[in-house]
Write a protein that binds this ligand. Structure first.
Ligand SMILES: Cc1cc2nc3c(=O)[nH]c(=O)nc-3n(C[C@H](O)[C@H](O)[C@H](O)COP(=O)(O)OP(=O)(O)OC[C@H]3O[C@@H](n4cnc5c(N)ncnc54)[C@H](O)[C@@H]3O)c2cc1C
Length: 371
C-alpha cells in the first residue's frame, strides 16, 4: 500500500495497544484501556466496513438464562458455578446500562419468556416442577423469585398452556448500543480503522509486528477480540456458528411484547416496535452452519417462516421484510476464553449467545489482563 511518511508517523507508529475486532468486546476493551492509560496510543482494526461478526447482527435480548438452560447447566456444572454464570450476566447487563444509559440503547424490560412446544416431551413438566428450586438457587443473584408461570396471553399456537417468564429479562436496540459504544470510543481519541483484515502477527522482544491485508506495523501489545473468527489468528478452540434471523414488516395492532424462546433456545423471537424478529434453526444443520461465511440458507429460512406462521403469529397476517445472519463463537464449554497468550498478546473470545450480557465485562477484563 502506498502509505506516506506522514501517514505512518501519525497513525501507525508508536502504538501502545492494538485491538483486533470492533465488536462489543473490542470496543469495551478499548474504553477500559483508555481509562487505565489516558495518554496511550490505541488502535482498533476491524475487517468490515461495519463489524462483521455478531455485535451488530444480534437479536438484542438482555438475557440471563432461561429455566431450561439453567437446568441443563446444572447437569454440567456445580450449583455454585451456575450461580456464578448467571451472576456474571446479571452484573454484565448492569454494567452495560450504567456505561451507556437506558435511553441511549432503548433498554426495556418486558420479561423473557420460555415457551414449550406441545411436541416437546417432558421438558415443560420438569421445568414447572423444578421452578421453586431454581428460584431459591438464584435468590443470591436476583434477590427475589425470577421465574414465574404465566398464561399464554399472546395466543401462541402449538405450545403448552403456560410459559415460564424471567421477569428481569429485557431487550435493547442493538444498533443504538453499538453506535453509542463507537461514539464513546471516538470521543476518547481512539483510532478505528475499518476494512482492514489482520492476517498474521509475530512477536518480538519489545512488541508485536502485525501484518494486515494492506500494511504492516508494530504495536507494543495486541489484544484479539475476534470471537467466532478467532481460530484464524490464534490457536484456541473456537468454532464459528452462523445464526440466521428474519424480521417482519410492521404488523397492525401487534400486542406481543418481550423476548421469547422455545425448543431449548434453538428458536427465539421478540417484538421490535410492531415488528417481530425471529431467529434460530441452527439445529437443523449444525455442520452447514459451522461457518464464518455470511449468508442465509433456504432450509433454515423456510423453517423459520413456517414456525413464525404456525407458532408465533398463527392468526395474524404478516410479511417478511428482511433476513440476515451473524457469526457467533462457540465451544464445548460455555465460558469465554480470556487469557494472556504470550508476552504481548492477549485474547477475549468465544462469547457464545450471551455477548450482550457478558461482552462489556469481557472487554474490560481483557484490558485488565495487560500489565
Ligand atoms: C443472529 C444473532 C443473534 C444473537 N442474539 C443475541 C442476543 O439476543 N443476546 C445476546 O446476548 N447475544 C446474542 N448474540 C450473540 C452476541 O451478539 C455475541 O455474543 C457478541 O456480539 C460477541 O461480541 P464480540 O465482540 O466478542 O464478537 P463480534 O461482534 O463477532 O466481533 C468480532 C469482530 O472481529 C472482527 N474480525 C474478525 N477477524 C478479524 C480480523 N482478522 N481482522 C480484523 N477484524 C476481524 C469481525 O469483523 C467482528 O466485527 C447473537 C448473535 C447472533 C449472530
Amino acid at each position: 500500500m502506498n502509505l506516506s511518511y506522514w501517514e505512518y508517523k501519525t497513525w501507525l507508529s508508536n502504538i501502545d495497544y492494538t485491538i483486533v475486532g470492533s465488536g462489543i468486546v473490542g470496543l469495551n476493551c478499548a474504553l477500559r484501556l483508555r481509562e487505565r492509560f489516558p495518554k496511550a496510543k490505541i488502535l482498533i482494526l476491524e475487517k468490515g466496513f461495519l463489524p462483521q461478526g455478531a455485535s451488530t447482527k444480534n437479536a438484542g435480548f438482555a438475557c440471563f438464562g432461561s429455566i431450561s438452560e439453567v437446568l441443563a447447566d446444572l447437569n454440567q456444572h456445580s450449583e455454585l458455578e451456575v450461580i456464578e454464570l448467571v451472576k456474571k450476566r446479571w452484573d454484565g447487563i448492569k454494567m452495560l446500562r450504567a456505561n451507556l444509559g437506558d435511553q441511549a440503547i432503548d433498554f426495556q424490560i418486558h420479561g423473557g419468556h420460555e415457551l414449550f412446544l406441545d411436541s416437546g416431551g417432558e421438558l415443560y413438566d420438569t421445568c414447572k416442577n423444578r421452578l421453586p428450586e431454581i428460584n431459591k438457587l438464584l435468590q443470591p443473584v436476583y434477590g427475589k423469585d425470577a421465574f414465574h408461570l404465566g398464561p399464554n396471553t399472546f395466543g401462541f399456537s402449538k405450545v403448552k398452556e403456560k410459559y415460564i417468564t424471567n421477569i428481569f429479562e429485557g431487550q435493547l436496540d442493538t444498533g443504538k448500543m453499538m453506535n453509542s459504544l463507537l461514539q464513546l470510543v471516538q470521543k476518547t481519541s481512539i483510532t478505528v480503522f475499518n476494512s482492514i483484515i489482520v492476517e498474521d502477527y509475530s512477536e518480538t522482544k519489545s512488541g508485536v509486528v502485525v501484518k494486515t491485508d494492506k500494511f504492516e506495523f508494530k504495536t507494543k501489545n495486541l489484544l484479539i477480540a475476534t470471537n467466532g473468527f478467532a481460530s484464524s489468528l490464534i490457536n484456541e478452540k473456537v468454532s464459528p456458528a452462523r445464526a440466521q434471523v428474519l424480521i417482519t414488516k410492521p404488523i397492525q395492532n401487534l400486542s406481543i411484547e418481550g423476548t421469547f424462546h422455545f425448543d431449548e433456545g434453538y428458536y427465539y423471537f421478540r417484538n421490535i416496535g410492531s415488528r417481530i424478529l425471529f431467529g434460530g434453526g441452527r439445529n437443523l444443520d449444525f455442520k452447514g452452519e459451522e461457518t464464518n461465511e455470511p449468508g442465509c440458507s433456504e432450509k433454515i429460512q423456510k423453517h423459520l417462516e413456517l414456525l413464525l406462521k404456525e407458532v408465533v403469529l398463527p392468526k395474524t397476517p404478516h410479511n417478511i421484510d428482511h433476513r440476515w445472519s451473524g457469526i457467533m463463537g462457540m465451544g464445548k464449554q460455555k465460558n469465554p476464553i480470556l487469557k494472556k497468550i504470550s508476552d504481548h498478546v492477549y485474547c477475549g473470545v468465544r462469547l457464545g449467545g450471551m455477548g450482550i450480557a457478558i461482552g462489556s465485562a469481557i472487554g474490560k477484563d481483557l484490558a485488565d489482563l495487560v500489565e
